[in-house]
Design a protein around this ligand. Structure first.
Ligand SMILES: [Zn+2]
Length: 205
């Protein structure tokens, strides 16, 4: 059982009387075909009004804890992986759903893990995560613009995986890896689009 991180207790912003004490909040996920996965997350509760909140200082650790559940998902994608991929290219949920040939609420359901893409769709999304050109071709076929296409090819930014239910602050931008969000796999660095990789110069004698 992980212990809450040692910290000073900030004052509650809601009632301005109590102090926020660290607590642990359990979130339950339901990946297909396996028992429910419980993730213990850091949070804080006001000693006066009882309001529960995620502190900014807890976001990074909570992201890590949520990502760690990936081991239970097999080939399935986490909701936040799908969300990060879609946002990376500036697509709306409806646009992404159409690109992958699904009903318009499909991506909304995938990102909140209310449902999971079927196997062929999962494979297609994962392939598009690794190969941006595939995403572009599917989008072109559906007559859908990828809003950040040129911008991302010119200036790839760190993948953002913001938790779905945390709104108070944007996900940290200063991640080391460059390139579009790829499926989280252990030991696999995020790859940049091929066009942007520097070719090794041939040795000249
Ligand atoms: Zn309070």
């Amino acid at each position: 059982m992980p212990r809450p991180t040692a910290m000073t207790c900030p004052t509650c912003r809601t009632c301005r009387q109590g102090s926020l004490k660290p607590i642990e909040r359990v979130e339950t996920f339901h990946p297909p075909g396996v028992p429910p996965v419980e993730v213990a997350l850091l949070a804080a509760r006001c000693s006066h009004c009882g309001k529960e909140t995620d502190l900014a200082s807890q976001l990074e650790e909570n992201l890590r804890r949520r990502a760690a559940r990936k081991v239970h998902y097999g080939l399935h994608l986490l909701g936040e992986e799908i969300l990060a991929f879609r946002r990376y290219w500036g697509l709306t949920q409806q646009a992404a759903s159409r690109i992958f040939g699904k009903g318009i609420i499909a991506f909304s359901r995938y990102e909140s893990e209310k449902s999971f893409p079927d196997e062929s769709t999962t494979k297609l999304i994962r392939a598009a995560m690794r190969h941006p050109q595939l995403l572009k071709e599917l989008a072109d076929e559906s007559g859908i613009e990828v809003p950040l296409w040129e911008e991302r090819l010119l200036r790839p930014v760190a993948a953002q995986s913001s938790p779905i239910d945390v709104q108070q602050s944007p996900a940290p931008r200063s991640r080391a890896a460059l390139g579009p969000p790829a499926p989280i796999t252990q030991g696999t660095a995020l790859k940049r689009p091929k066009a942007l990789r520097r070719e090794a110069a041939p040795a000249v004698r």
